[in-house]
Design a protein around this ligand. Structure first.
Ligand SMILES: Nc1nc2c(ncn2[C@@H]2O[C@H](COP(=O)(O)OP(=O)(O)OP(=O)(O)O)[C@@H](O)[C@H]2O)c(=O)[nH]1
Ligand SMILES: [Mg+2]
Length: 638
């Protein structure tokens, strides 16, 4: 089987080859994306909780017998009676209601073999559409392990469609499915006809379908005598109202300690690498603007961001393992009461959790929330979650200003401060949503929070590996594109116009950057920012971590002979603690990410909510930096 990820969006673009169009549809968390990845070789995000995929993804693959297939991965849904925006996407695709997407010729209805009730009901709903389809019993490995026996032939006869089993997370588990597809595609599929008069089943219709599904299960499935209870045993502890919360906070705490302690050695290695490249550049390039551009602009700017790669990978290692284990849905359950008190829906937890990576996937993940108000409330606070772009800013300042010492029992102060900054973001999100709810949606009612808790699974090293690879790639990609191009601008602003020949002052004092930084001084002086920080804030609008790169370049160009070599050391020598703390407070809240605002605009259908987010975050950022700076000065830290 050969494959191709990120395939062209439309089948017609594969010229001269007959392409079959199939779609994967099924309940949330049954392994559709894992199957999609196995077929196409893509690396889409897979995790053990419902609602991971919220948009359709297309991929191409070639079957063992050489047929080209275009496959769609769809968001999970329990029924075609779609409620939330992600379910609407899945429904519209199979009904042929998406303008840019041809109707699939064949549907693979993916089911979790360990829990067929709702899957079979969906299969019965889909069958009524008339599109040729098959039922895939995925997670066959777990079903076998638990002693669940499904009579596939009987089920196929009763359903009137082929039934195949698969283990999507193992290549070998895909053989049967691929052979089936080859056999199916050996004859041309009839051109599908959209069910124009399709009507969503009402509650009674669904109940009848459920009754039929339950009947099929009674006839075709043999369940083991005693129920499998590892999940229940673990949940006794992890879902306990007190013990569960203690475990949750302990996990988060260990995570942030690890971010600092484990990352040190690889970070030193990356710093050494960039230093070495700088020395190399100085050896081979003549002194002048080219060397300054390479060393001060590119190596110092980009290098000061790339060095945070190990910390980002460590943080996501924890998150990905917990996700794949099945813990995150439990965390959502534990947090539901706290979040409900603040006016957030329980379903907001996973989108907010995704926002720790980046607010953009987080905001997109709110598509799993069906009420528009609940969804908007989550979108409004998602940018307050500490995204990975803040990590470079936080760790740079913490590393430079917070002493590296143990507070008690091996708990390290720097990790504690980092934990505090994350907690501050969360508390702020709860507070903002609490206030918004009082101001904007006074009468809003919550639907009850229903989330199917998945069974625990051993995390798959492949899924975790894919997740880490994607995160690392995205981070380095930004360093190589956004940050790199911003660095060219910053370097030019810091180097031009050229200083007069006989000056004794640093060249940067004559530059456009200094002029801009000084012009902004009246605005930012009350919060303790110097002109160098003011300069860094502007390109930081593109992406937060650019600010770190910009500081790297500004201070590298203005470096005097007695400055310590690394950015952290330079900052410690030039800033007061009050300034450093104010900048941390600023970054917890600042709306400095143009792409997040653009995503909010897209997902809410207008600039209104994006503007609200920008304004409230700016007010919070300025206000908290002001209070922090003034308070720190009052304590003599200015
Ligand atoms: N043991 C086992 N685990 C599987 C199998 N298929 C998927 N998984 C795991 O099941 C979980 C859910 O997989 P996903 O592919 O994200 O499920 P999905 O159907 O795309 O979920 P949504 O996008 O939320 O609808 C992940 O933890 C996978 O690693 C399988 O055949 N066997
Ligand atoms: Mg998925």
């Amino acid at each position: 089987m050969s494959h191709c990820a990120d395939a062209p969006e439309r089948a017609g673009e594969v010229t001269g080859v007959q392409v079959a169009r199939i779609a994967l549809i099924g309940n949330p968390n049954c392994g559709k994306t894992a199957l999609f990845n196995a077929l196409t070789g893509s690396r889409q995000h897979v995790a053990n909780y419902p609602g991971v995929t919220v948009e359709r993804k297309a991929g191409l693959f070639t079957t063992p017998e050489g047929r080209t297939v275009r496959v769609l991965d769809l968001p999970g849904t329990y029924s075609l009676r779609a409620r939330s925006p992600d379910e609407v996407i899945a429904r519209n695709v199979v009904l042929g209601r998406v303008a840019s997407e041809a109707l699939p010729e064949f549907l693979l209805c993916v089911a979790d073999a360990t829990d067929l009730r709702l899957s079979l009901r969906l299969a019965l709903e889909l069958r009524a559409l008339g599109t040729p389809m098959a039922l895939v019993l995925n997670m066959a490995d777990i079903a076998r392990h638990r002693g669940i026996v499904i009579d596939e032939q009987k089920l196929a006869a009763a359903l009137g469609m082929p039934v195949v089993s698969s283990v999507a997370v193992r290549k070998a588990g895909m053989k049967g499915l691929l052979a089936f597809l080859d056999e199916k595609l050996s004859r041309p599929l009839p051109e599908p006809v959209a069910a124009a008069d399709w009507q969503a089943p009402d509650r009674h219709g669904l109940r009848d379908l459920q009754r039929e599904a339950d009947r099929l299960i009674a006839v075709c499935v043999t369940l083991p005598a005693q129920t499998y209870s590892t999940t229940a045993r673990i949940d006794k502890v992890l879902l306990h109202p007190v013990a569960g919360l203690v475990v949750l906070f302990a996990i988060l705490f260990v995570m942030f300690q690890a971010v600092f302690t484990w990352a040190q050695a690889p970070m030193d290695l990356i710093t050494d690498l960039f230093d070495w490249l700088g020395v190399l550049a100085a050896q081979y390039l003549p002194h002048g603007p080219v060397l300054s551009f390479i060393r001060d602009g590119v190596l110092n700017g980009v290098g000061s961001v790339v060095v945070f790669l190990p910390q980002i990978l460590i943080l996501f290692f924890f998150i990905l393992v917990l996700e794949d284990f099945g813990y995150m849905a439990r965390a959502a359950f534990l947090m539901d009461r706290i979040m409900g008190g603040a006016g957030l829906h329980g379903r907001a937890f996973i989108p907010l959790l995704s926002s720790f990576a980046c607010a953009i996937p987080g905001i997109m993940a709110t598509r799993v929330i069906d009420g528009r108000r609940d969804r908007l409330a989550t979108i409004l606070v998602a940018p307050l979650m500490t995204c990975s772009a803040r990590i470079p800013v936080y760790t740079l300042i913490i590393g430079a200003f917070i002493p590296d010492k143990d507070v008690f029992w091996g708990v390290q102060l720097q990790g504690l401060v980092m934990f505090g900054l994350y907690a501050l973001g969360i508390v702020a999100a709860l507070g903002v949503s609490f206030i918004m709810k009082r101001l904007i949606w006074r009468k809003a009612q919550h639907d009850p929070f229903l989330l199917q808790l998945p069974d625990y699974k051993l995390p798959s090293p492949r899924s975790v590996g894919i997740g880490l690879y994607q995160r690392g790639k995205a981070f380095l990609h930004r360093a190589g594109t956004t940050i790199f191009s911003m660095m060219i601008v910053i370097w030019a602003l810091c180097s031009l116009p050229l200083p007069p020949k006989d000056t004794v002052r640093p060249a940067i004092d004559y530059s456009a950057a200094a002029w801009i930084g000084h012009a902004l001084a009246p605005v930012f002086a009350p919060i303790g920012f110097n002109w160098q920080i003011n300069v860094a804030l502007i390109p930081g609008m593109a992406a937060r971590e650019v600010a770190v790169a910009a500081l790297g370049t500004v201070y590298s160009i203005s470096a005097s002979a007695d400055d310590p070599g690394h950015l952290g050391g330079v900052l410690a020598a030039h800033w007061s603690i009050a300034t450093a703390l104010a900048l941390l407070a600023w970054y917890v809240f600042s709306p400095q990410c143009a792409s997040t605002l653009a995503t909010i605009r897209r997902e809410t259908g207008g600039w209104r909510w994006a503007a609200l987010v920008f304004v409230y975050m700016l007010v919070l950022a300025y206000g908290s930096a002001f209070i922090t700076y003034q308070a720190a000065c009052a304590f003599g830290l200015g």
